[in-house]
Design a protein around this ligand. Structure first.
Ligand code: ADP
Ligand code: ADP
Length: 245
């Protein structure tokens, strides 16, 4: 059974302009797409910049509100906030971003950044929380002295590890990874991708892996959808997509 089923998703953004900042137009960012993400798989969403990949990912996480369509999780449509709450959806679905320097709060220590989702959901004692954060740091290959540092004190690759530690803190079922290695040097990209694979094996998590880089997608993904101007123009297994006649 699918973990997440996206059905006929459509997302418009309002365009505002003029002194009164009125809505004068709209962009159709996602134009009626459907896809199924299976438990434990890496699902690739590829396409050029502006094709609607991020908007799709954010809609699945619940950060954008779709104009039309459904996103089904455990048989319920999580585009409705009531269902997200009822299913503990915010615990089960997490997101990591391309630029972890701007997505990790620069004024918070790593301990608090990683513990934040735990504080929302797990209600651990202070001691248990610290143990869990130390365990998460260990899983992503960072030393305990990271606890008291701030995001700017780490390299891009290390910050992506911190983003992943935060994302897996609540044992999620799906992580939406939006261009997770695009901002990194090539040598670091391979390290981060390999450790994301390891995390997947250890946690049994699924990824929605958003990327414009076909080589990276080929390395990572089981099923792939190619987007162009808000639509899916090709969809299939990795072999279907890469071994075209
Ligand atoms: P991708 O991730 O493939 O680069 P996006 O989902 O970011 O594509 O963007 C799809 C389209 O929606 C683009 O035309 C983009 O300019 C537009 N868009 C994205 N976010 C917003 C926003 N917050 N407000 C208005 N338009 C947006
Ligand atoms: P705060 O709101 O306490 O300043 P942040 O700036 O770290 O904290 O986060 C802003 C919002 O974005 C919060 O609601 C947080 O839960 C959410 N958020 C930040 N990073 C992630 C992530 N990797 N996955 C899911 N949600 C996130």
């Amino acid at each position: 059974m699918s973990l997440i089923e996206v059905k006929d998703l459509e997302v418009h953004y309002p365009i505002r302009s003029g002194f009164w900042n009125r809505v004068t137009d709209e962009v159709l960012a996602v134009d009626g797409i459907s896809l199924d993400i299976e438990a434990g798989e890496t699902y690739g969403l590829v396409g050029e910049s502006g094709s609607g990949k991020s908007t799709t990912g954010k809609s699945i996480v619940g950060l954008e509100k779709p104009t039309k369509g459904q996103i089904l999780y455990k048989g319920k449509d999580i585009t409705k906030p009531r269902n997200r709450h009822e299913l503990d959806y915010n615990q089960d679905v997490q997101m990591i971003f391309q630029d972890s320097l701007s997505s990790l709060n620069p004024r918070k220590r790593i301990e608090d950044i990683i513990a934040e989702p735990l504080r929302n959901f797990a209600h651990l004692s202070k001691d248990d929380e610290k143990l869990r954060v130390l365990q998460l740091l260990d899983i992503v290959g960072l030393d305990a002295d990271a606890l008291y540092k701030y995001p700017h004190q780490f390299s891009g690759g290390q910050r992506q590890r911190i983003g992943v530690a935060r994302a897996v803190a609540t044992n999620p079922k799906l992580i939406v990874a939006d261009e997770p290695v695009s901002a990194l040097d090539l040598s670091v990209q391979a390290q981060v991708l390999n450790f994301m694979k390891k995390i997947q094996r250890d946690f049994g998590v699924s990824y929605l892996f958003i990327s414009h880089d076909l080589g990276v997608v080929r390395h990572m993904c089981d099923n792939i959808a190619i987007m162009h101007r808000g639509r899916i123009v090709e969809i299939g297994t990795r072999d279907d997509i890469y071994n075209h006649p």
